[in-house]
Design a protein around this ligand. Sequence first.
Ligand SMILES: NC(=O)C1=CN([C@@H]2O[C@H](COP(=O)(O)OP(=O)(O)OC[C@H]3O[C@@H](n4cnc5c(N)ncnc54)[C@H](OP(=O)(O)O)[C@@H]3O)[C@@H](O)[C@H]2O)C=CC1
Ligand SMILES: CCCCC/C=C\CC(=O)/C=C/C=C/C=C/[C@@H](O)CCCC(=O)O
Length: 356
Amino acid sequence: RECGQAGADAESPTGVRIWGEKDYTLKMVVAKLWTLRKHFEGFPKKDDFELKEEELPELKDGEVLLEAVFLSVDPYMRPYSKKIMKEGDIMIGTQIARVSASNNSKFPVGCYVVSSSGWRTHTISDGKKIELMLADWPENISRSLGLGTVGMPGCTAYFGLLEILQIKPGDVLLVNAAAGAVGMSVGQIAKIKGCKVIGCAGTDEKVALLKQMGFDEAFNYKTVKSLDSALKQASPDGYDCYFDNVGGEFSNVVINQMKQYGRIAVCGAISGYNDVEPQKGAYIQAPMIFKQLRMQGFVVSTWNNRREESEKALMAWVKEGKLKSKEHITTGFEKMPDAFMGMLKGENIGKAVVKI
Ligand SMILES: NC(=O)C1=CN([C@@H]2O[C@H](COP(=O)(O)OP(=O)(O)OC[C@H]3O[C@@H](n4cnc5c(N)ncnc54)[C@H](OP(=O)(O)O)[C@@H]3O)[C@@H](O)[C@H]2O)C=CC1
Ligand SMILES: CCCCC/C=C\CC(=O)/C=C/C=C/C=C/[C@@H](O)CCCC(=O)O
């Protein structure tokens, strides 16, 4: 179907505002979008964001109209806002969108794409920053998993474990922020690969989820008397692998409990993302040298050329029931800032997603 043909927008889940004639000719679409009104200082505030509307022009050749269905809120948005955005820019981010009008044969009406459109309900794309979702996406699996277990966070777990940590059966692995998007996949994939897995999370409900997901040990790092003792109790002989999502003081404690030749994947450092002054910590040279540790930071986009391979592997485990998902869904585009701030506070159990 071509843009403007009857029915192209009839099933719009967002109630897209279209003024048309009898044949539903596409006349005007109004997109809602969230901008960064003011750079964050410390923890983000509601006032740092601004909701705007924008009239979209008609589609040109090669263009498609995307209608957001699910939007992702991720920790990276906090540090990257400072690094790559200026005040007034649309908030960065990824969404699952449905093509609701198309002048591009690669993306026909009705197909679903993963798009780096930012925080907006409707987008006109020239087809360059969008990827078709995996073919044959099962009807009984929510497409929102394309933002989590079978998307960027799942791939982060996959490459962090297989390429950076090079896990092997029998390894004892520790992961923090374990009940989040990346962490829950890290623990489950490590179990699939034969590791012993210990997870830490910030509430008892999260800890219960980790046990349900098959983690060998899990504890609430906020309520244990001593992190050091809790780690020793969970694995008296120490840790071969540490998948670090948190950094800061937490990692100062963990590094002293690594085994000889232990491996550390530095994935994130969320404990410091909202700090106004950078954290100061212990020097890590002594444990690095005496224990002959290997520590490597990484960014998932390094493996963009292997995205299909990883998504297929993740989807296969999901279908087999070996890789389970939990999502924390907030409904309503207007709630994007609340969902983002809630995730930074740890309110999410599983992947934080906003549903339109
Ligand atoms: N390197 C890369 O390519 C990528 C890195 N990442 C990183 O992975 C990490 C997890 O991301 P993701 O799974 O999407 O997010 P999550 O779904 O795990 O959500 C964030 C979680 O972080 C925890 N948290 C928040 N503040 C603190 C704090 N001060 N100390 C300890 N934990 C805290 C909370 O869980 P809790 O209740 O357990 O404290 C919260 O639920 C982040 O650091 C992120 O930046 C993510 C994707 C790609
Ligand atoms: C002490 C400061 C550390 C700053 C670290 C910042 C962020 C780490 C992090 O979370 C990185 C995430 C990178 C994500 C990249 C995503 C892109 O490739 C787009 C993803 C598109 C998709 O969802 O498929």
